[in-house]
Design a protein around this ligand. Sequence first.
Ligand code: NAD
Length: 423
Amino acid sequence: MSALSYVSEDKNSAWATYLAQVERVLPYLGDLSKWADTLRHPKRALIVDIPLEMDDGSVRHFEGYRVQHNLSRGPGKGGVRFHPDVTLEEVMALSAWMTVKCAAINLPFGGAKGGVRVDPRELSRKELERLTRRYTSEIGSIIGPQQDIPAPDVGTNPQVMAWMMDTWSMNVGATSTGVVTGKPIHLGGSLGRVKATGRGVFVTGRAMAQRINLPLENARVAVQGFGNVGSVAAELFSEAGALIVAVQDHSATLYNASGIDVAALTEWQQQTGSISGYRGAMSVSHEAFWEQGYDIVVPAALEGQITADRARKLVCKLVLEGANGPTLPAADDILKERGITVVPDVICNAGGVTVSYFEWVQDFSSFFWSEDEINERLDRIMEQALLAVWNKSLELGVTLRTAAYAVACERILEARRERGLYP
Ligand code: NAD
């Protein structure tokens, strides 16, 4: 466990999961392992208080965070999560996964993440705007286009990014579009950004399915989480001829052995706010999601969903980690023993940060690319990154996760070594 005084002893926490993943790569780092402790120590963690005047005149306080895990390879990059269960420790883990992800894809960024402990669904639009603006002001001194660039995550969206961009710009006295990514298109956002993470899950999934001789035509796919990531991944797999047989969100679990109509479910979800009550599939229990037979499972909700118990029950050939940290380390071992291939989060869901990088570059140059150009570059970068990790896994005889960590940690620690320690 970590020696950090502000970390809990919870062995199933996201931070503990991250530390266990780092532990597994240490034997493959050679001389660089001298610097490995840098991976276990977030560079900077800011906790802020957000007092908010509610529409009824009362005042409530919310806790917010911004963690910069590692900036050796460039400015911090990572989303902002608005969720009632967010903790400093969770944000630390999410920021560390961003460090590894940016390095695994070879983007010139370090890792960061932010969050506010709030249920955005309970706030009015005006309250959400005031909360976002105050949070942005509070973390304003450590973010910026060259310092740390936030983006959307669970519970945040392009509108929240627009308010963040406006607040930071007002505070520095100049419009700065590059301070956040995932913005609306006419504020310097990038075409293709909204679907980029789901697209990356599909592209890496398709490439891996080919390698393990799994045809996508009629493949049985289960998707947990039907938000930004899960719904797009489901749409693209369905377009490729796969059957989306199970979908789960926070409200319901749906099952249809002949395949769920993803377009109709998306429309239902957009109208009602969840998948609950959709008539084109059977409603089953939450746990039943993990007990059916599939070819591909896409966890695209929250951390820690594939526990050891669920890993023992799961029948599939491929797990595509759309979410960050969905598989606990003990479950990882069980999936490996059972011959189930896992494309790890740090590669599988990196499509979002890759197009965020494109957005940041386009903002700096004030020159914007077509959606076809973006998708073509995204697909190529994702496929190349997956191939490099696949080759590393064969070379070292390890899982794709440990191989991805080996590729990424070599880059991070090499940068650390070359920069040296200050002073
Ligand atoms: P989102 O808020 O759009 O959707 C989250 C989905 O998960 C919703 O359908 C919600 O109902 C469902 N969900 C929540 N709790 C659940 C539970 N206990 N059981 C089942 N379903 C549950 O969020 P998103 O942007 O799609 O992000 C999903 C995951 O992908 C997160 O782990 C996030 O960090 C990761 N991710 C997102 C992006 C991005 O660009 N949005 C990029 C990389 C990784």
